[in-house]
Design a protein around this ligand. Sequence first.
Ligand SMILES: [Zn+2]
Length: 409
Amino acid sequence: MDKLLERFFRYVRIETQSDGDVASCPSTAGQFNLAQQLKSEMEELGLSDISLDEHCYLMARLPSNVSVDIPAIGFIAHMDTAPDASGLNVKPQIVENYQGGDIALGIGDEVLSPIQYPDLNKLHGHNIITTDGTTLLGADNKAGVAEIMTAIAYLVAHPEIKHGDICIGFTPDEEIGRGANLFDVEKFNAQWAYTIDGGPVGELEFENFNATSADVVCYGTNVHPGTAKGKMVNSMNIAAQFQLMMPSNETPEATEGYEGFYHLKSMKPSVAKTELGYIIRDFSREGQEQRKAFMQQKVDELNLQLEKGRVELVLTDSYFNMREMVEPYPHIIELAKAAMIECDVQPEIKPIRGGTDGARLSFKGLPCPNIFTGGYNFHGIHEFITVEGMEKAVNVIIKLVEKTTEKYS
Ligand SMILES: [Zn+2]
């Protein structure tokens, strides 16, 4: 397990922040530095079919060591870190045997406080890895990368553990929503996979929002204000009227758990034309369709009140709840649950109020739930992870491999 920390520290020191303003894939060259490092470690481990493509997708396989047919399973993590905070010169610090209270982050004024982050109260006695207060940590998702590599190294060193083909995939640009874009599911060639990209120990996720963007365009008539009487139609007034027709208690700030919402996230106003950018989220497909129909109905009502054609709605689906792709194969979740329980981890199944690469991979034909890394507070300087949580993740990966072999032999 010393190797686990060594790996993690080695990976977080390589800057791999992705950049949503760059169209190419990978969006930043730094991601190749980590990919090259991982590729040579895979070579040292003697893995098969190692490939790093021009878009920075790294894949490899630990071949089956049994003669029976055991389904190939995959483990996936992303190499980039979030654009929200710097990932340059990450200097992780370890607080051994945490006993409560504030943790000073580096030598500045920043602290990690249990008042702000009550999860810390559950971690007394644990070894906590934090930032130095100037960068994010990059546990999202280099902890996942380190955990997968450590588990694979363990399996290589312990051939007495029988397994089928184990496929490993490390992706670029997940944080800017593109990690699944160029992922070659056919080449990866697993029956199903798990992203190791969740938070606290026990997290197991296979449900995410259905997501649609809804652009409402309101058209006005612009006339010089001095001679506007009876002629001007101000599109900003139409837009305001529309927003007031939306349910005020179905917004992100008023919902949680399995509740969906409408969210007005941008506005481009002028007298002649005002664009309202909404997103619609719901866990059920039916609910999502109802929400889309509701918006259309409100647009139609408004058009009846005004002159026809003043308001337009454009709906674009962006991703779907992976539950419908995972549920037909209940063993994928059952194996993960069983592996966790055998590793003394209580599975915490909860819906993701967002999307994941796993969801998009699931719709590309690779069912792909998400498993914890052991980390907290991703994407900022208060990110931290426990050594114990990382070890649990490694154990769960190894156990999952064993349980799969058990089930199919
Ligand atoms: Zn992540």
